[in-house]
Design a protein around this ligand. Sequence first.
Ligand SMILES: [Zn+2]
Ligand SMILES: [Zn+2]
Length: 341
Amino acid sequence: MKAARFYEVGKPLKIENVDIPRISDSEVLVRVRSCGICHTDLHFIDEGLIKPGKVPQIMGHEAAGDVVEVGERVKDVKVGDRVLIHFYFSCGECYYCRRGRESLCVSPEFQHFGFTTDGGYAEYAKAPARSIIKLPSQLPYDAGILVDAGSTAYHAVREIGKVRLGDFVVIIGSGGVGLCTLQMAKLSGATVMAVDISSDKLDAAKSLGADHVANPTVDNLYEEVRRLTDGRGADVIFELVGLSETMGRAVDILAKGGRLVFIGYSKDDLTINPRRLVTGELQIVGSRASSRYETVEVVNLVRDGRFKLDPLITHRVSLDEVNEGLDLVRRGESIRVVVRP
Ligand SMILES: [Zn+2]
Ligand SMILES: [Zn+2]
């Protein structure tokens, strides 16, 4: 089969012919029809900030497709099912998994599709049956992006950010996950400001329901947020960029008792004197991906027409064009690019 594999930081993925994965009795084999390109891929390919589990490795962690083979012990998934692959292959049995916090799984068997094991930039991919989510017939294969972009936003807004009716929410970084976070915050009843340096992304944010948008290269974010909140500041901020500059700005616009939620990160560190946390009762927290159950919830939101998927997909490329697709992400010219193997 054809696959796009990572070899070295700073080098393009190599399109190669490799063997179709062999499945165990608890796994399924999926003919991949769509796999989203995520900004996190650049943390491997450009920065070396995340190391793959092996080299070479097939990248891609937002995959959907058709089941073509199932292991002998697999009961709930059948050949012909249209499915998503939830990208955290958590064990289901450790302390964290049993408490529903699958993205924190500590099992030595924990694998991370497209991170520590072969992913979805390939014609075929294998996954444990328990990480498979059925795709309702109304949803296209490009719903693969929901396993990361959509459900990461759901988890961040609902579980970690605890956004409530009437909150003033600021989203710093309005790419794929940012626009999903925007939609989830709106569904939770918040007033939402989307922030980005790209006017195209801010236009997309407006069309997806942002109440306010701001471009920090031209707008004074501090003044704007104070003005819109009677001087209070933002109740919840989602940080999807993680650069020194954006992180510092986020702390400055947080209301007393407010919550700053990190979804994105870079090499940069956040420096803050704890006195600011104490005197303002500020909370600074991280949010990591989602559980399989949360992804099912997001799929249901799309099926019911409450969460918009189509406007998030701006480009479609073939597997041979995956490096061009990554270039679109690098240049910030896309919301979500999907590969169609
Ligand atoms: Zn991702
Ligand atoms: Zn576990």
